[in-house]
Design a protein around this ligand. Structure first.
Ligand code: NAD
Ligand code: IPM
Ligand code: MN
Length: 343
């Protein structure tokens, strides 16, 4: 039996997670066991910490982890001594060794006019952002005194090598490595290592190096240029939210976080807990449905089911499914029915 650890989290997290479980139970009935756990802000309320040892152990023992989103104003604090929901997410990624975060960005033919970018700019975009997920400034030492604060940014050669291999392995033609090598020492190491992995292991592919500032500009002026974009943790976080405007909404962006060997992956939308719309039943569940498709593909190896789910989302959009974030009026429940009707 295949066990999925389900971490709904906070805000719209539980709303899009419930919709996804409803969808999966109808789509692959009896094939998945869902085990739900408190995580993020709601775990802080219950246990004083965003990720308990029990929940971490349950995730480790599962076949895959399906995660909604965490965080919200209730737990927002600038006090370093207070627990934050986001610590649960970072702890889970680190503890499971999920160094590779895949964030596909696709322009749906039926949504070309939903993007604030021009139709002809976004048309045909199909890229994969490969974000390094367990290193860099997110995980370096942090200090804080009354007059000063610091966040340490570190990368080892081995960390860069393994994420570079994921990126080259996913590319057919072009890998764009994004850094800030004109300023940062970690970026200079990054660039050297990516270049060497390219020369030694993937010479048949094309590699280009771009600086992160100009990449931010090129992503929205010529997104079609990109195939696989590989970058460090924080740049990948920022660039992937930016890239979501190509698709039309953050509510369409899925992600897969993968580790080595048979470590269970974590599958979650790129978006957060959206406190501004939480509880209204209007969250777009498609990012989470597409994350579930990534789980079927990368987590469970169910490629044909993954393709069927992705194609159902595609067809539902083609038939006019539009949630609020895409300029429509359809809520979470009806959006779920619209995709189910295509399966
Ligand atoms: P957000 O991604 O939650 O929301 C940004 C904007 O996009 C909001 O206007 C929101 O309404 C909209 N949006 C996001 N997802 C949507 C969806 N599925 N359907 C419709 N609209 C959607 O970012 P934020 O507001 O900056 O962050 C809110 C909280 O979420 C913070 O506490 C942050 O730390 C947390 N966060 C968590 C994750 C995660 O759990 N993976 C990711 C990002 C942010
Ligand atoms: C994401 C989120 C997280 C990140 C936060 C909530 C810690 O923004 O998954 O993109 O920065 O990685
Ligand atoms: Mn983010």
């Amino acid at each position: 039996m295949t066990t999925i650890a389900v971490l709904p989290g906070d805000g719209i997290g539980p709303e899009v997670t419930a919709a996804t479980i409803e969808l999966l139970e109808a789509f692959v009935p009896g094939r998945l066991i869902f085990e739900e756990h408190a995580f993020g802000g709601c775990s802080i309320d219950l246990h004083g910490t965003a990720l308990t040892d029990e929940v971490l152990a349950a995730c480790r023992a599962s076949d895959s982890v399906l995660l909604g989103a965490v965080g919200g104003p209730k737990w927002d604090t600038t006090d370093p001594a207070k627990p934050r929901p986001e610590q649960g997410l970072l702890g889970l990624r680190k503890e499971l060794g999920l160094y590779a975060n895949l964030r596909p960005v696709k322009a749906y033919a039926s949504l070309l006019d939903s993007s604030p970018l021009k139709h002809e700019v976004v048309e045909g975009t199909d890229m994969l952002v490969v974000r390094e997920l367990t290193g860099g400034i997110y995980f370096g030492e942090k200090t804080r005194t009354a007059t000063e604060a610091s966040d340490d940014c570190r990368y080892t050669v081995a960390e860069v090598e393994r994420i570079a291999r994921v990126a080259f392995g996913a590319a057919k033609k072009l890998v764009t490595s994004v850094d800030k090598a004109n300023v940062l020492e970690t970026s200079r190491l990054w660039r050297e290592v990516v270049r060497r992995v390219h020369e030694e292991e993937f010479p048949h592919l094309e590699l280009e190096h771009l600086l992160v500032d100009s990449t931010a500009m090129r992503l929205v002026t010529n997104p079609r240029h990109f195939e696989v974009v590989v970058t460090e943790n924080m740049f990948g976080d920022i660039l992937s939210d930016e890239a979501s405007v190509i698709t039309g909404s953050l509510g369409l962006m899925p992600s897969a976080s993968l580790g080595a060997g048979d470590t269970p992956g974590v599958f979650e939308p790129v978006h957060g807990s959206a406190p501004d719309i939480a509880g209204l039943g209007i969250a777009n569940p498609l990012a989470m449905f597409l994350s579930a498709a990534l789980m079927l593909r990368h987590g469970l190896g169910w490629e044909s089911e993954a393709l069927a789910l992705e194609s159902a989302v595609d067809r539902a959009l083609a038939e006019g499914l539009r949630t609020r974030d895409l300029g429509g009026t359809v809520g979470t429940a009806l959006a779920t029915q619209a995709v189910l009707a295509q399966l």
